[in-house]
Design a protein around this ligand. Sequence first.
Ligand code: CP
Ligand code: NVA
Length: 313
Amino acid sequence: MTKNMNTNKNARHYLEFKDFSRDEYDYLFERMRIIKEKFKRYEPYLPLHDRTLAMVFEKASTRTRVSFEAGMYQMGGSAINLTTGDSQLGRAEPVEDTARVISRMVDIVMIRTYEQAKIKRFAEYSRVPVINGLTNEYHPCQILADIFTYIEQRGSIAGKKIAWIGDSNNVCNTWLQAAEVLGFHMHVSTPPGYPVEPERAGLSGNANYTVFANPVDACKGVDLVTTDVWTSMGFEAENEARKKAFAGWCVNREMMAAAKADALFMHCLPAHRGEEVEAEVIDGLQSVVWDEAENRLHAQKALLEFLLLGRVD
Ligand code: CP
Ligand code: NVA
């Protein structure tokens, strides 16, 4: 096989959660478990020894950057980090041209950017797989790790109830897509003026979520409570207005008490204690945020392996 001879029609991308089927997720969650075990045992696993990942960050990152870069190195590959400031993207080189060039030199690309339309354009002109490392609309890699974390702690997520409290943002949209793909139910509570936008979330219907005006009601009887910042990257100009609008949507002990006794708390991080979550909740016994963050590494490695090598067992 000749390197990079894929046409863009053949390359498999991961731009939204619904890009993979339930069956493929079952496979991926099992690969995450196996890859994590190898990592914990210091067992070398170098299936990507000749492969290169290019990462393009147009927004800040800690977890996504470290998990992709460390993940590539740990699997024997290499990673290149590009930002708007140090590449020609910041000087208005068209995204189509950037995609054509980068994808002739590397094996896979991860992009964190603003509009989903931009990553879709990049993927259209890329010869190699493109991964969404967060856009204004979606954050599929995050929910990949979150659901793996849920499975590790509690088993299958199918049929479970998950409360989303706060902003109807990229992470919320991705949870909503995941509910459709994997068969669970979301209880969503967002402040007036920040409703779920089904079309923007890429939903096929409303069967997998229920909207609650009161966040405590949304938490009643759920298996997992999750939230995220009130102001996502790119929306900083709205920060003061959002602080006022979201004041009643801080995940607190009353909300956790309304959930099932063994309910978990998750947050993709970074978190603002005292805004979207009380310190007593994120630092409390039901919180699994550090496992959730670590699992970004194992999830990313399984994703890279799948997109580059296909099914390996
Ligand atoms: N959760 C997440 O994606 O974190 P970073 O912004 O640090 O990558
Ligand atoms: N919704 C947040 C997630 C950060 C990981 C943002 O987009 O800034």
